[in-house]
Design a protein around this ligand. Structure first.
Ligand SMILES: NC(=O)c1ccc[n+]([C@@H]2O[C@H](COP(=O)([O-])OP(=O)(O)OC[C@H]3O[C@@H](n4cnc5c(N)ncnc54)[C@H](OP(=O)(O)O)[C@@H]3O)[C@@H](O)[C@H]2O)c1
Length: 248
């Protein structure tokens, strides 16, 4: 279905990004995954001939142009950008400082914006697609989640705005607002202890109408669906993939 299409996935070394990389590759696409740790990317790409790794920090403004250049050098086209890399923080307002705001917004807002902008001329040629990763908490309020949630709210607004701007070029822009998914995010991005993680997971299991936290493939499957040429009359949408959490 996606033979010879080229996909860039930021933060593709684990979790949802890796599941998406594998699914896109299984559909015939060539995939460039980014991340900050070379060894993680090398381990993945060693077993997947159509997945290549590129070391890039989504929080570094120089990464956007370099990432686009790497994909163009490798395959000569770009069809799909998945702005998946994300920073998180559970941070009461009393603890916020200028640096903590910057740390989240640089990765969750500045990085995706610069990557999308850098890719426009290439996406215009392929009538391509941008997929932004949001969260249930991009629109649902959460105590101590104001930085994380507002950065996702920003990417949701950008999704709608870019969809309007880029439709005349034939580029579609959508977002996925994921519910809680089994990845290392709570440990590595939110900085929670194992006990806190167990408590959060139990609370989430009880809050999600479908009775379980998601698996990375639950979200990755929707990314691949958005790229399906038969499902292409969709742009400017934020699709909730969350076991029903948003409607509680
Ligand atoms: N998991 C959830 O419950 C959940 C729920 C809603 C939304 N989301 C969103 O889904 C996205 C992916 O989450 P996940 O849970 O799959 O994440 P994850 O497993 O914690 O991380 C995925 C990958 O992102 C890379 N990464 C982290 N920061 C990066 C940066 N600044 N630049 C480039 N790569 C970076 C990491 O590799 P390195 O450390 O080597 O860079 C890691 O391999 C995020 O945007 C997150 O906000 C997740």
């Amino acid at each position: 279905m996606l033979n010879n299409k080229v996909v860039i996935i930021t933060g593709g070394g684990s979790g949802i990004g890796l599941a998406a990389a594998r699914m896109f590759a299984a559909k015939g696409a060539n995939v460039l995954i980014t991340g900050r740790r070379m060894e993680v990317l090398e381990e993945i790409t060693a077993n997947h001939p159509s997945i290549k790794g590129f070391v890039a920090d989504a929080g570094n403004p120089e990464s956007a142009a370099l990432t686009v250049e790497a994909a163009m050098k490798q395959w000569g086209r770009i069809d799909i950008i998945v702005n998946n890399a994300g920073a998180g923080a559970i941070m009461p307002l009393e603890d916020v400082n200028a640096q903590s705001i910057l740390d989240i917004f640089t990765v969750n807002v500045t990085g995706p914006t610069l990557l999308a902008a850098a890719a426009i001329p290439h996406l215009e040629k392929t009538k391509g697609l941008i997929i932004n990763m949001s969260s249930t908490y991009g629109s649902k309020a959460g105590a101590n989640l104001s930085l994380y949630g507002s950065s996702k709210a920003a990417i949701e607004y950008m999704t709608r705005s870019w969809a309007l701007e880029l439709a005349p070029k034939g580029i579609r822009v959508n977002a996925i607002a994921s519910g809680p998914v089994e990845t290392a995010f709570l440990r590595d991005r939110m900085g929670l202890t194992p006990e806190q993680i167990d408590a959060v997971k139990e609370h989430e299991r009880q809050s999600i109408p479908l009775g379980r936290r998601g698996e990375p493939n639950d979200v990755a499957a929707w990314m691949v669906s958005l790229a399906n040429p038969e499902m292409s009359w969709v742009t400017g949408q934020v699709i909730g993939v969350d076991g029903g959490l948003m409607v509680t």
